[in-house]
Write a new protein. Structure first.
Ligand code: NAI
Length: 332
């Protein structure tokens, strides 16, 4: 058993740099930049602690292989654990820890950046001026002041997004099953989903991906939305039925789409595919629209977040190695 060694999957050069700085001499991170899945899992043979990220496939198969190889702890370098078969982990007695919150400000600020960039046509203006074209035709934007914004999920990020939009003079609606009071204290109006979908000019998703939130934006909900709605998703790709969203862009119901996450992102995101023939026709089609911004899951990607993710991960692992209580344990 490699005692102080931790095997980190999906660890890019920037992760490796931050992990090694915060680990100091307490831990040794051996890193692979590819994902953990049933094929790569056997590479963790002999590692008691394995670290994984958002798009690693921690299905029952992967967990079985890890357990056979002696893995006892999986340290997620992210908050969400929808990619982990929790029941299988429990059965195999593999413990799971996560990083519950890493700079929600980073994601909230990024969400606002997507909204403003879309609302004022910044990508097109940027490219146009680079080409010596200073015409304003086609760049007409809108004021956020007095627009109604619907937030689905009024947790840490949703609340920060709402506060920022209130400062713009927006009317903020929120659909939040558990933290209604906190949201109302911030001046948001708590509403049901149908009201949010029918009344919002801008809809932004900040809830986790669960069985009941998968495809929370689907054909039926899109039908209810206002003409020319702006839709933003910086949470998890499968909150949107992307095929239905694509249709609604083609039939001009959605006037603006900003997504930092995508249902099938695990085969694409975090890697350079610029020389590949990308086979995913949905994302390729989305990228062609002038009123769509797609980014590759970078909402969290600030220095402060990375520093926090890595230091929490190291603390989580040291708690396990020293037999202490796991403060960030994910319970099945
Ligand atoms: P949080 O747990 O503080 O807030 C989520 C809120 O969603 C909670 O208040 C919860 O009550 C609510 N919720 C639960 N079920 C719901 C439902 N059925 N409908 C509506 N709301 C529901 O989480 P936080 O930190 O605000 O993160 C939100 C999401 O942002 C995460 O789930 C994650 O998917 C995503 N995220 C994206 C990042 C990126 O880089 N793009 C980085 C970090 C998180």
């Amino acid at each position: 058993m490699k005692s102080k060694h931790v095997l980190a999957f999906s660890a890019k050069s920037y992760d490796q740099e931050f992990l090694s700085i915060v680990a100091e001499n307490n831990l040794e991170f051996d890193c692979y930049n590819f994902a953990l899945d049933p094929i790569s899992a056997s590479m963790a043979n002999g590692y008691e602690v394995v670290s994984a990220f958002v798009n690693d496939d921690l299905c029952e198969n992967t967990l079985n292989i890890l357990a056979k190889g002696g893995t006892k702890l999986i340290a997620l370098r992210c908050a969400g654990y929808n990619n982990v078969d929790l029941k299988a982990a429990k059965k195999l007695d593999i413990k799971l820890v996560n990083v519950p919150a890493y700079s929600p400000h980073a994601v909230a600020e990024y969400t606002i950046a997507l909204m403003l960039a879309l609302g004022r046509n910044l990508p097109r203006a940027y490219n146009r001026v680079k080409d010596g074209n200073f015409s304003l035709n086609g760049l007409l934007g809108f004021d956020f002041y007095q627009k109604t914004v619907g937030i689905i999920g009024g947790g840490k990020i949703g609340q920060l997004v709402g506060q920022r939009l209130k400062a713009f003079g927006c009317n903020v609606l929120v659909y939040e099953p558990y933290k209604m009071q906190q949201c109302e204290k911030l001046g948001f109006q708590a509403v049901d989903l149908a009201t949010l979908f029918t009344q919002s000019d801008i809809i932004t998703l900040h809830c986790p991906l669960l069985e009941d939130t998968r495809h929370i934006v689907n054909a039926e909900m899109l039908f209810m939305m206002k003409q020319d709605v702006m839709l933003i998703n910086t949470s998890r790709g499968a909150l949107l039925d992307t095929k239905a969203v694509l249709k609604s862009i083609k039939n001009r119901k959605i006037a603006y789409l900003g997504i930092d996450v995508y249902e099938e992102e695990s085969n694409l995101f975090f890697d350079d595919h610029s020389l590949d023939i990308i086979q995913d026709d949905i994302i390729q089609r989305l990228i062609t629209f002038p009123n769509v911004i797609v980014t590759g899951h970078q909402g969290y990607f600030t220095q402060k977040s990375l520093q926090h993710i890595c230091s929490t991960t190291v603390t989580n692992i040291l708690q396990f190695m020293q037999g202490e209580q796991l403060l960030n344990q994910v319970i099945a």
